[in-house]
Design a protein around this ligand. Structure first.
Ligand code: MLT
Length: 325
């Protein structure tokens, strides 16, 4: 009798979960962006959320939960209900390098989340102020060799990609620099424009308007090949300063572990439909964003990619001796 009652309750629960998943979404969704508004993650998330919301038929609200290089927002997302209404916009820092950087991370990028879909990748641009004496990455490296730790980089927070890429650059170039952490690339770039700091690596989508608007100079790229349309005359680091150097930030959407598979697949399909808008994808490409083959955007492929990135960053962090302070 007891067994019958229990299995009846389980069946009822499953039926109500299935009904909820079928009706989804019946209310506004939240995407947590773990950086201040105005940075590249925020800009990309708002753009993608706007397009996806049209195909899922519900509003998507962006909630900025900034701090600790994205780990505060990621923690909040991992503890949110797995009901298909809260998602995390994740990236290479806190969802890839996080476990190698933080001894006590309160979430696991693989075990605490369901991968939903990957965004396109974004290369980074090495930026300096308008009146900076550094015209090329070689100038910068020569000055840093002559003045160890005197030249500083602003970044979007400890463990953010702007922090990691500056650390990798310094390690590979054999220089010592000082890193200054902010709560996102938005405030970090404001201080670069204001002349309070010397340089910064920012993602192309938010670097480009600053360069085209004449507020900052681009002196190097982390893409393997030049980007003549966006950054005419600017060399990739790989070309001369650091042969083989290549970096791009990857991003994607995650849901708390246990979010129904049906919800994940509906979200992924809405994103694929959005990507058929050629005017939109061409606009992203025009910002230097690198579109990927559709298969790489899929939940399972993105999950495998996340797991591989966690392993890869263990090695990168150890080899470059990247430390949190
Ligand atoms: C980063 O450097 O990790 C991102 O640019 C952070 C941000 O979007 O503010």
């Amino acid at each position: 009798m007891k067994l019958l009652k229990t299995s009846g309750a389980v069946a009822l629960l499953l039926a109500s979960q299935m009904a909820a998943a079928q009706a989804w979404p019946t209310k506004t969704m939240t995407w947590i962006v773990p950086f201040a508004a105005g940075g590249p993650t925020d800009a990309m998330a708002r753009d993608i959320a706007d397009k996806v919301s049209r195909h899922v038929g519900q509003t998507i609200v962006i909630e900025n939960v900034a701090g600790a290089g994205g780990t505060i927002g990621a923690t909040k997302a991992s503890r949110s209900p797995a009901d298909g209404y809260t998602f995390l916009v994740g990236h290479m820092g806190y969802m890839g390098a996080g476990p190698a950087l933080y001894k006590k991370l309160s979430y696991d990028p693989v075990k605490s989340f369901e991968p939903v879909f990957r965004f396109p990748d974004t290369p980074l641009v090495m930026l300096v102020g308008k009146n900076s004496p550094y015209k090329t990455a070689d100038d910068f490296v020569a000055a840093a060799k002559a003045n160890p730790s005197k030249i500083n980089f602003s970044n979007a927070g400890v463990g953010s990609t702007s922090h990691l890429i500056a650390a990798l650059f310094a390690s590979r170039a054999g220089i010592e620099v000082t890193q200054i952490a902010y709560k996102g690339a938005g405030p970090a770039i404001n201080d670069l424009i204001g002349g309070q700091v010397d340089a910064m690596f920012d993602q192309s989508n938010t670097a480009l308007p600053q360069v085209q608007g004449g507020r900052l100079n681009a002196i190097a790229l982390t893409s393997l090949t030049p980007m003549p349309k966006q950054y005419p005359g600017v060399q990739p680091l790989a070309e001369k300063t650091i042969p083989g150097f290549e970096a791009a930030t990857w991003y994607g959407l995650y849901a708390p572990k246990g979010t129904p598979r049906d919800v994940v697949e509906k979200m992924h399909q809405a994103y694929l439909k959005a990507l058929t808008d050629k005017a939109w994808t061409e606009r992203m490409a025009g910002q230097g964003i690198k579109l990927l083959p559709d298969a790489q955007y899929a939940p399972d492929a993105f999950g495998k990619f996340t797991a591989a990135e966690v392993l890869r960053w263990n090695d990168v962090v150890a080899a470059a001796k990247i430390q949190l302070d």
